[in-house]
Design a protein around this ligand. Structure first.
Ligand SMILES: [Zn+2]
Ligand SMILES: [Zn+2]
Length: 146
């Protein structure tokens, strides 16, 4: 389901109020699940959380951001420290803090000859280690976080 539709659905089902602004993905979010922007009332979500968490947990992240959103629009305390926020968050069973998604750094190598990719946690000595398929030379490509 599209993010926009999902947020609109959670808003109606769990708050009984419409979400009338934009919900977008933000790849730059690392440890936070989502963010609320009071300036234009849009919400941003971390696509990594969506991939790694269960749909129930991700829904709780949406609820958290919608608490900011709806309280702000009702001119109530919409910050984490505010009583209104804590109360509404508890009512809708939102997530207090973003869960930690552990990301591990991998090194990606590619065979120059056959193009086969090798993903390893440890560094490979490319002078000694050759491709298992065609014994071609490996070259370092990039780091990938999985
Ligand atoms: Zn928050
Ligand atoms: Zn190869």
């Amino acid at each position: 389901m599209e993010l926009q539709n999902l947020v609109e659905q959670v808003s109606i089902e769990d708050f009984g109020l419409p979400f009338e602004h934009q919900a977008v993905w933000n790849n730059r979010l690392r440890t936070t699940g989502g963010l609320f922007y009071p300036k234009d009332c849009h919400l941003a979500f971390n696509p990594l959380m969506y991939q790694k968490l269960t749909s129930i947990q991700f829904r709780q992240i949406i609820r958290h951001e919608l608490c900011h959103y709806h309280l702000f629009r009702q001119k109530k305390g919409f910050h984490h420290r505010d009583k209104d926020f804590k109360k509404l968050l508890a009512e809708v069973d939102g997530l207090r803090y973003s869960p930690r998604v552990i990301q591990k750094k991998y090194r990606v190598y590619q065979c120059q000859k056959c193009g086969h990719e090798f993903v390893r946690v440890r560094q490979i000595d490319v002078n000694r280690f050759r491709c298992g398929n065609c014994s071609g030379k490996l070259i370092y490509q990039m780091d990938r976080y999985l």
